[in-house]
Design a protein around this ligand. Structure first.
Ligand SMILES: CC/C=C\CC(=O)SCCNC(=O)CCNC(=O)[C@H](O)C(C)(C)COP(=O)(O)OP(=O)(O)OC[C@H]1O[C@@H](n2cnc3c(N)ncnc32)[C@H](O)[C@@H]1OP(=O)(O)O
Length: 338
C-alpha cells in the first residue's frame, strides 16, 4: 500500500495521483469549446451544438455528467482528445467531484473510435502527436481516481469501446442496432497491447482472443453475456440507471475505493507508462506503411459507399448492415489476404 501511494506521489500514475493533490474545484457547468477554452456556466444549464465536450456538474452529489458532442459520430480527433484531456484534468483536480458519468450527446452513437482522418495521409509528426493524445486519454481515464460509469447510448466501435472499457462500470442502452467491440483487425490495423490489456482485464483471455482476432462487434445482448458491459437498460432509463449505479459506488469511502482501483489497474497502466515513447514509435512506423494507409483509405471509402448504395439510408439500418457486411466485403478479403 505504501509503495502504491509513493508511486502516486512520484507522479508515475498521474491521474490517480490527482486524488492526493485535489485543489479547490470548479462548480456549476464546465464547457470546453472547439478552440479549447473553458467556459464556466451556472448550474441552470446551457447547451450549444458547437460545444464538443459538455460537463454538467451536480454540486449536491459531486457527480459530473460528461457528454461527447461532436456530430456526426463523436470520432476521437486530435482536437477532441486534447479538449477531453483538459476536462478530465479539471475534474480530477476538483475536490468536489467524486464521480464521472461518460456518455454521448449524439443520438445513437457513443463514439466511432479514433478519427480515421487523423491516421491517414498525414506527416509522421502528426501521427506521433495524435498517438500521444490517445495514450493520454487512456492513462487519464483508466487511471482516474473518480468513480467512472459509462452510459453507452449508441454504437461504440474500437476507440469508442476503449473509452467505455476504462470505466468502472458499463451500462448500455438495449437497442439491437447498437454495436460495441474492438474491431481494429477489420480495418487491417492491430489494437495496441494496452487496448488488448484493457479488454483482457474486463472479459478474460478467451473472449479477448476471439474478439480481437475477429475484430468482433457485439450487440448489447451479446456484450452483456461476455461481460463487456455490466447491465442493459431501455434507452430512456440509461441516465437514471447510471446515476443510481453511481450512488452505489459513492457509498464506498473514496480513499478505500481509489487505492483498491489503483492496486488492480496499476500494473496495466505501468505497462504503457514505462514505454510510451516506444509505443508512439511503433504506432508511427505501423500507421505510415503504404499497405496500412491503403487499408484505411479503403475502409473510409467503404463507409462512404454504403451511404451511396443503401437506399434509403436510415442511420440505424446502416449500423446494422455495417456490422455484417464489412466481414464479407471484397475489402475485408483483401485484408485477409495481405
Ligand atoms: C491502432 C489503433 C487504432 C484504432 C482504433 C480506432 O478507433 S480506428 C476507428 C474505428 N472505427 C470504426 O470502425 C467505426 C466506423 N464507423 C462506423 O462503423 C459507423 O460510422 C458508425 C459509428 C456505426 C455510425 O454509423 P452511421 O450510419 O450512423 O454513420 P455513418 O457511417 O454514415 O458515418 C457518418 C459520417 O462519419 C464518418 N465516420 C464514421 N466513423 C468515423 C471515424 N472513426 N473517423 C472519422 N470519420 C468517421 C463517416 O465516414 C461519415 O462521413 P460522411 O462524410 O458524412 O459520409
Amino acid at each position: 500500500m505504501a509503495a502504491v501511494l509513493r508511486k502516486l506521489i512520484q507522479g508515475r500514475l498521474p491521474a490517480l495521483a490527482g486524488v492526493l493533490c485535489r485543489r479547490s474545484g470548479n462548480e456549476g457547468h464546465l464547457f470546453l469549446n472547439s478552440s479549447g477554452s473553458t467556459l464556466m456556466q451556472p448550474r441552470c444549464g446551457y447547451s450549444s451544438p458547437t460545444e464538443s465536450v459538455i460537463v454538467e456538474m451536480d454540486k449536491a452529489t459531486g457527480v459530473a455528467l460528461l457528454k461527447l458532442n461532436i456530430p456526426p459520430v463523436n470520432s476521437l480527433s486530435l482536437p477532441l482528445l486534447t479538449e477531453l484531456a483538459i476536462v478530465l484534468d479539471k475534474l480530477e483536480m476538483d475536490k468536489h467531484c467524486r464521480g464521472l458519468i461518460l456518455t454521448s450527446a449524439v443520438p445513437n452513437i457513443f463514439s466511432a473510435g479514433l478519427n480515421l482522418f487523423d491516421m491517414m495521409d498525414k506527416p509522421n509528426e502528426h501521427y506521433s502527436e495524435f498517438w500521444r493524445a490517445v495514450q493520454e486519454i487512456w492513462i487519464k481515464l483508466y487511471g482516474s481516481s473518480l468513480a467512472n460509469i459509462a452510459a453507452i447510448n449508441g454504437s461504440s466501435p474500437a476507440g469508442g469501446c476503449l473509452l467505455a472499457l476504462c470505466s468502472d462500470y458499463r451500462i448500455m442502452a438495449n437497442n439491437p442496432h447498437f454495436t460495441i467491440g474492438l474491431n481494429e483487425t477489420r480495418l487491417g490495423i492491430v489494437a495496441p497491447f494496452w487496448f488488448k490489456d484493457t479488454l483482457l482485464n474486463t472479459v478474460g483471455k478467451r473472449t479477448t482472443e476471439i474478439s480481437l482476432n475477429l475484430g468482433a462487434l457485439y450487440s448489447p445482448t451479446e456484450a452483456l453475456s461476455l461481460h463487456l458491459v455490466d447491465r442493459l437498460v431501455p434507452e430512456t432509463q440509461l441516465l437514471s440507471a447510471a446515476t443510481e449505479e453511481m450512488g452505489r459506488w459513492l457509498q464506498v469511502p473514496d480513499h478505500a475505493r481509489q487505492i483498491t482501483k489503483s492496486m488492480i489497474r496499476k500494473s496495466t497502466l505501468e505497462g504503457l507508462l514505462n514505454q510510451r515513447e516506444a509505443d508512439i514509435k511503433n504506432f508511427v512506423e505501423f500507421i505510415s506503411r503504404d499497405s496500412i494507409q491503403k487499408s484505411l483509405q479503403f475502409y473510409a471509402q467503404s463507409l462512404q459507399k454504403q451511404k451511396q448504395h443503401i437506399h434509403p439510408p436510415s442511420s440505424s439500418c446502416r449500423q446494422q448492415i455495417s456490422s455484417v457486411t464489412f466481414a464479407r466485403s471484397p475489402w475485408y478479403s483483401l485484408i485477409q489476404r495481405s
